[in-house]
Design a protein around this ligand. Structure first.
Ligand SMILES: Cc1ncc(COP(=O)(O)O)c(C=O)c1O
Length: 469
């Protein structure tokens, strides 16, 4: 990196980087300064292929002019309208567009600002719904082991990633978790959906959990159709359908958290469409605005919305919940522009068409050192390494970055989820680069896990920064 580029570097001291080992990051910072299409430009001017669509949130690719123009125009026309007791037309238009994109029946939309807020909003709606419908004793919430529903207290309570929970005390009471469906011993290297065991696993929900708690006390079950953050856990055949049947039988609301699986990721609009299972509520965020303006949404079945309208006193606030930035005009403009892109470019179909190509490319890594399992569905792949407390996956991630590819590591897993605009030759590049990185890290033995071996350029840059506070 040249002297003049070093001069552009920001002071790294003040920003507390989320979900990041800050001391390590600031010693070898990975900063992007621009993005276009399927590529980032790193601070030192390299083109980095985006193997993860940002954080799963840029399905239509980076730098979409249509969205930029819509947001900029909106900002100049109506920058903000109070979200409570008044609103603006675009909020209703965005909700109408989203309702039309949702699975049948999920056509009442509550806007939030993130996936975490969507999860907590859905849980609150579930509890309030049973109360307003005359069943206040239905107040327990069930999540799933290794589930991720964001970082707010509701989300971490029903979430099942231990590391995200243990620092934060007791969170919500009245919560339990069903088992996750990952079974590497039986299903390692399965292409797509594992075929066995799904119904039996779902039946456990009824036979064990509901027996233990009494089904009439359960308000809702929340699951991700495909568990993304815990490492691409693909549900076995029949599993989600059976969960749906059990919830319906016992009057329990089924919530799909589609923050990752929404907007074409699996090759259909939502996981609900892909698996042909309609939940009672569906949460989304990320791809809703192509990742450019923070926004989330909860789509609820009309009967749920109607229960609030019919059973609350006229003039009362039916749901005392909302955010200052719910349906902020620029986010609504981004939703509409993103929906226009999806409609014009049929990105869901594009993802579906590329999914077997990605599957073959991903499974070509089978047999490489350290690789314990490979899982895939739609335009998602997960490569799980022999357990090393995340060290191998982190080293592979750093090596990939060095080689010009951005991947996501989570525990011992590398997850791949490129923009839906990815080309076949770029899919090849993703998995060829990953193969090179895996071989390199493995060839170095224990030394390969030493992070100081990677990103010498970035390390040098950090050393040169002038700021110390
Ligand atoms: C399934 C799921 N739910 C919720 C969230 C939280 O979203 P956010 O980071 O926008 O709060 C995520 C984020 O990755 C997610 O994958």
């Amino acid at each position: 990196m040249s002297k003049s580029e070093q001069a552009e570097l920001p002071n790294l001291s003040h920003y507390w980087v989320p979900f990041t080992a800050n001391r390590q990051f600031k010693a070898m910072p990975r900063l992007f300064k621009a993005a276009k299409g399927n590529y980032y430009t790193s601070m030192d001017g390299r083109q980095i292929l985006d193997g993860t669509a940002g954080l799963w949130c840029v399905p239509a690719g980076h730098g979409r002019e249509e969205i930029a123009v819509a947001v900029a125009n909106q900002l100049r026309t109506l920058d903000y309208a109070p979200a409570f007791q008044s609103s603006h037309p675009l909020a209703f238009e965005a909700a109408t567009r989203l309702a039309a994109y949702m699975p049948t029946g999920l056509d009442r939309i509550f806007f939030t600002n993130s996936g975490s807020e969507s999860a907590d909003t859905a849980l609150k709606i579930a509890l309030a719904y049973h109360r307003v419908a005359g069943n206040p004793l239905r107040n327990k919430l069930i999540g799933r082991e290794r589930g991720y529903h964001g970082v707010n207290f509701g989300g971490i309570s029903v979430g099942g990633i231990a590391g995200n929970r243990k620092a934060f005390g007791n969170a919500l009471s009245g919560v339990d978790h069903i088992r996750h469906p990952l079974d590497i011993e039986k299903n390692a290297f399965t292409k797509g959906i594992p075929q066995d065991g799904g119904i039996a696993l779902a039946n456990e929900f009824e036979q064990r959990m509901l027996t233990l708690h009494d089904p009439s006390t359960i308000a809702a079950l929340i699951v991700e159709p495909m568990q993304g953050s815990a490492g691409v856990i693909v549900p076995p055949a029949g599993y989600l359908k059976r969960l749906r049947e059990i919830c319906t039988k016992h009057g329990i609301l089924l919530i799909f958290d589609e923050v990752i699986t929404g907007f074409g990721r699996l090759g259909a609009k939502f996981g609900a469409d892909y698996f042909d299972v309609i939940p009672d509520m569906l949460t989304c965020a990320k791809g809703l605005t192509n990742g450019v303006v923070p926004m989330g949404a909860v789509a609820v079945k009309r009967e749920i919305y109607d229960a609030f309208m019919q059973n609350s006193a006229v003039g009362s606030i039916e749901l005392p919940h909302g955010y200052t930035y719910s349906a902020i005009p620029i986010a609504c403009a981004a939703v509409i522009a993103t929906q226009d892109i999806f409609a014009a470019e049929k990105l869901e179909a594009r993802a579906a068409g590329l999914s077997t190509y990605l599957e073959s490319a991903a499974h070509s890594l089978k047999g490489l050192p350290m690789v314990k399992d490979i899982r895939n569905i739609g335009l998602v792949a997960g490569i799980e390494f022999e357990a090393k407390a995340g060290a191998s996956a982190f080293a592979v991630y750093l090596k990939c970055y060095e080689l010009g590819l951005h991947v996501r590591y989570t525990g011992d897993i590398i997850a791949i989820s490129p923009p839906l605009t990815i080309e076949k030759h770029e899919i090849d590049r993703i998995f060829n680069t990953l193969a090179d990185a895996i071989k390199y890290v493995a060839s170095q033995g224990e030394a390969g896990l030493d992070v100081s071996r990677y990103l010498k350029n970035e390390q040098q840059w950090a050393l040169h920064q002038q700021h110390t506070i």
